[in-house]
Design a binder for this molecule. Structure first.
Ligand SMILES: *Cc1c(COP(=O)(O)O)cnc(C)c1O
Ligand SMILES: [Zn+2]
Length: 423
């Protein structure tokens, strides 16, 4: 028996894991893991698998990539904060941060690949705007487990690995992230090609949740506030779920952290829906002129048009349960915040992480966060310049291309035969 079961938060059904992505009763809710171990024991592993007790896996991968938490001095001083902790998910070996692809997507990819190997069958298909794809490419390179990655053509240059690999089938698609998702869905109608699952994949959420776990064991308690930039909001949901587990453990306090989640204006559908008190995102009001809005934001990894916002156990529920707040951050404020962060902390940032820093500045200025409170700022990506000094970054060559308006049907046979050759 596996060391956890899955639970549907809507109907309460418990189930075994067969790489299950949704409730068999058809509930519109995110199924969760329930670990048999209620207390968290840290394993003697180099990276994320230190937290394997609360990851949906039995085996591990010996990767140094994992969450890192440290107490801020520079930014804390700049903002007049007394208890600012930074969760750094990127590359910064001087602080033991060893995520070579420089974003917390690698924390999602590692347990996902193990979970698939142990509970599923087939080859994972991942649609991505960049960071997720790069993380899965790297994981394929490290483990030798093949993946199919589907990205918008313009994002292809962001896909590199630190080792040469033949285990990635890269498909480029004319269009934006939504077009890549549509092509990936087309491919997954074929037997043997399996959707990775996104927010529905408990390995992704619990992998991201290790940022909260690492913070709690480093600080000694659950923080009062959690700040993150979101596109899908999955990281916010994951932080909430991890905090509930920590409360169940009993050693880290009994209060949930307040979630402060930020999007990059002008593309801010969840901010609009949340501020209007709605569980639904209304495309007409909340995502008007989506294509042009997406084209202008600084941090395009934050532009998901279909976030798990209203679904049971999703972002709306996470914000409600934690008395949370949402922030809209303008490009210029993100750039200013980035400058302040780089000066204060001496490491470069992913644009999305700059949006989170700007939200923290807003929250402190408006009084939403007390400067004495214990705050976890999730720096979801960074250290790109530092990583380029230490590692090769070998660009992954596209294997197949989907031209505008053609769909993935025409390349499906080629992808399937690639999978046969590389499985
Ligand atoms: C994907 C990503 C985010 C947004 O994460 P979600 O929680 O899935 O919305 C933030 N920052 C970086 C660097 C990312 O790659
Ligand atoms: Zn259900």
């Amino acid at each position: 028996m596996r060391p956890y079961t899955l639970l549907c938060p809507d109907c309460g059904q418990r189930m075994e894991d067969h790489y299950t992505l949704s409730c068999p009763a058809g509930c519109n809710a995110l199924i969760r893991t329930v670990y048999l171990k209620r207390t968290l024991d840290l394993r003697n592993e180099p990276g994320i698998f230190r937290f394997a007790d609360w990851l949906p896996v039995e085996g591990t991968i010996p990767s140094p990539a994992g969450p890192v938490t440290y107490r801020s001095e520079g930014l804390a001083r700049d903002l007049g904060m007394k208890n600012l902790w930074i969760g750094f998910s990127g590359y910064w070996p001087e602080r033991n941060a060893e995520i070579a692809t420089c974003s917390f997507k690698e924390l999602e990819a590692l347990p996902t690949v193990v979970r698939m190997k142990e509970t599923g069958r087939g080859t994972l298909v991942i649609a991505s705007a960049g960071n997720t794809g790069r993380a899965f490419c790297q994981t394929a390179a490290v483990t030798g487990i093949p993946v199919v990655v589907v990205v918008p053509s313009a994002a292809a240059e962001r896909l590199w690995t630190t080792r040469e690999t033949e285990k990635v089938c890269l498909v480029t698609v004319d269009g934006d992230y939504s077009d890549a998702i549509a092509a990936a869905n087309d491919l997954c109608t074929h037997a043997g090609l399996v959707p990775e699952g996104g927010a529905k994949n408990v390995a992704r959420r619990d992998g991201m949740g290790t940022v909260m776990l690492d913070a709690a064991v480093t600080i000694g308690r659950i923080p009062d506030h959690y700040v993150q930039a979101v596109g899908s909001g999955t990281g916010g949901i994951a932080a909430w779920e991890a905090a509930m587990r920590l409360i169940g453990d009993g050693r880290f306090g009994g209060a949930l952290p307040r979630l402060h989640l930020a999007q990059n204006a002008p593309f801010v559908p969840m901010v609009r829906a949340w501020r209007a008190g709605r569980r639904e995102i209304l495309p007409e009001t909340d995502m008007r002129d989506a294509r042009s809005a997406i084209a202008t934001v600084y941090a395009d990894v934050l532009t998901n048009r279909n976030p798990p916002y209203g679904v049971g156990g999703g972002v709306f529920d996470a914000l409600t349960a934690t008395d949370g707040a949402m922030y809209a951050v303008e490009n210029r404020d993100a750039r200013d915040a980035e400058k302040r962060f780089v000066e204060a902390e001496a490491i470069d940032l992913d644009p999305a992480a700059a949006v989170a820093v700007a939200a923290l500045i807003q929250a402190v200025e408006t009084g939403a966060i007390d400067p004495h409170a214990t705050v976890l700022l999730n720096i979801t990506g960074g250290g790109y310049e530092r990583a380029a000094e230490d590692h090769d970054q070998i660009v992954v060559r596209p294997a197949f291309h989907v031209a505008a308006g053609t769909g993935a049907g025409e390349i499906a046979a080629d992808v399937l035969s690639w999978v046969k050759r590389h499985a």
